[in-house]
Design a protein around this ligand. Sequence first.
Ligand code: I6G
Length: 683
Amino acid sequence: MSVPDEARERALWLRREITHHDYQYYVLAEPQIPDAEYDRLMRELQDLEARYPELVTPDSPTQRVGAEPLEGFAEVRHRVPMLSLENAFSDAEMLDFDRRVRERLGVARVAYHGEPKLDGLAVGLRYEAGALVQAATRGDGQRGEDVTANVRTIRALPLRLRAGDWPRVLEVRGEVYMPKAGFAALNARMRAEGRKTFANPRNAAAGSLRQLDPRITARRPLSLYCYGIGEVAGGELPATHSETMERFARWGLPVARERQRLDGIEAALDYHRRMLARRESLAYDMDGVVVKVDRYDQQRILGHVARAPRWAIAYKFPAEEEITRLLDVEWQVGRTGALTPVARLEPVFVGGAMVSNATLHNIEEIRRKDVRIGDWVYVRRAGEVIPEIVRPILERRVPGVRAVELPARCPVCGSRVVRPEGEVIARCTGGLYCPAQRKQALRHFASRRAMDIEGLGDKLVDQLVDAGLVKDPSDLYRLTREQLVGLERMGGKSADNLLAALERSRDVGLARFLYALGIREVGEATARALAAEFGTLEAVMEADEERLLQVPDVGPVVAGNVRAFFQEPHNREVIARLLDPAIGGIRLREGAPRPPPQPLKGRTFVLTGTLSRPREEIKARLQALGARVSSSVSRKTDYVVAGADPGSKLAKAESLGVAVLDEAGLQALLADATREFNQRENA
Ligand code: I6G
C-alpha cells in the first residue's frame, strides 16, 4: 500500500514535534505542553506507523519503547580508548595536581573547567551524519559492550543531533545515571511487586542498562549527561572543552547545568566546596566534581598515563556510604515515650565524620530490612542528617547473629511498652513516672492551662530534675524553701512566690487535673468531656474502653490511651501521692456524673427469633440507652429486631409496616443514634 503524502508529512511533523518536547522535558526540564498532549502526539504517531510501517524510521521517538530481547551483548572496540579518572580527596592533592599540570605546561596559571561527577556508568555514543549509530559501555577501556538498543530508550538522549554543524563522525562520552526521585520510585515499585530492591542509584542504573531486554530498560527512569569526546572525524570542534560543551548543548545533547569555567586552582577548590554544599539539593547523586584543563592544545601536551588523562582529575566528596559491624541495638525513650532503636556501630568514617551510632527508625523497619545484631551493614550519612543503616550485607552474615526484639518493658523506667495496632511506634506507658519523659511531663503539668503553677518554667524544671529533687509531680508539693534557695539563680523571693503558686494550684477542677496528667491525645476539650461524663476521678480511672467510647468525641485511640494510662501501676501511684493530704495535698473539685446518655429514649423495640447474644443481654443494653423493650408488636412499636427463625412477630411487624432490623442493622442504628445524640449534646 503506498503511503499518502499527507500521512508522510504528518509523521515527519509528529517526529519533530515529539523530539522537540523530549528535549524540553528530559534535557532542559522545561516542558512546554501537558503530559496528556504529549501522549496524544505519541499515540497519533504510533497509529500512523502501525498503519504504514514504511514510515517507521530508526530515529522515530516510537522506537524508544525498547526493541526485542538480545541473546547477549556484542563486543565493541573503542577506537579512542575510554579512560578513567585519577581521584583526589583533599585540597592538598588538588594543589599537587595543579602544580604538576603547570610544570609540564610551563605556565603560571591554568584555566580549568568543572563539572559534577555523577555516580553512574560511562558510555560512548557514536553519531554518524548526526544520527546515533552505536552506544557502548566502557568495559576495560579498550573493549566494551554494545548497549545501543538500551541506550536508545533513554529519553534525554537525542537519536539525531540538532543544528547541522557537527562533525561527520562524533563520538560523545557520557554517563548514564538514575535521578534520585526515579530511583526511589523504582525501588517502591520493586518492593510492591515483592522483588529485590537496588542498593543505590548507581547499581540501579547499571542493572537497568545491562538488561538483555531493552523493553525493561525503557521502563527504568534512566538519564544521561555528556562530558567529553572520543573519535572525531570530518569536522572541527572548538579549541576548548567549555566551548565544546556549549556546542553539545546546541546539538541537543544533555550536558551538566552546573558546569563552569574555572580560572586557576583556587576557583576549582571553591567550585568543589560550593558543589558539596549543594549535594543534597540536587536531583541526582554526585560523588565529586571533575576538574579538567580547558584548552585542548594543553590537554594534548599533557597526554595520559596508563588509563587516566593527566589533564583531568575527580575531586571526590566524602563517601556517604560505608560498611561496618552492628554491635548492638539500644532503645532510646523520647520525650513523648516513643521508643527509638539506636544502632551501636563499630566506629567508621562516613560522610566526613566518625560515626558510631545510627538510627534504625522503628521495629517494623528493622524487620523489613532484616537487620540483626552482629551483621555487617551499610551505613549512610548524607549531609547533616542523622546516620542511618541502609541494609545488612547478607552475603557476610555469620551464624550467631541475633534478631532485634522490641522490649516488653521500658528500658528507662520498667513500665509496660505498648504498640497500638496499626502503628509502627512503640511507647513507654510510664508517663509521669518515666525519667525519660519526666521533664516534659512536669512542664506540661505545671503549664498555665493545666495546674497553672506560676514561676515553674522550663529551666527550673530542668534544675529540679537534674538535682534529683523532683521525680514525679507529687514531689513538687514537698519542695521546701531551703531546697529552692539552694538552686542556682533562685532567690528567697522567687522561692516564696513559687511555694505560693504551688499552694494555689492545690485547688483544682477535675478537667484541669485530667489534662495536667498528660495522657496521650487527651487535650483540654477531651479532659472536659471526661470530667463532665464521669464526674469523679475514680469513675474515669475505672471506666473500661466501651464505657469511654460513649463519651462525646472519644474514639478508639483516645479510649485506648486513657485506659492504658490508668492501668499502669506507676501512674496510679503518682496520682495517689498527689491526692494524699500528707504528700501532694491536691484538693480535687469533682462533680456529679452526667446522666448516662439515652440516645434511644422514647423508642420501642421488640426482639424475636434467635439472636447471637442472650435476649436478656440485648434487652438490658437497649434499656441502658433509654429504649423500651416490649414483648408484643403493635402500631407503637418502632423496631422489630429479628434473629434466625423469627416467629409470628415478624409477620405482624410486616403487616403493620413496622421497621425490621437484623443484628447488623441494630448495630448500625445504635452507632448512628449515639453519634447523633452526642452531636446534639455538644451543639
Ligand atoms: O567518568 C567520568 C565522569 C565525568 C569522566 C569524566 C567526567 O567528566 C565530567 N571525564 C573524563 C575525561 C573521564 N571520565 C575520562
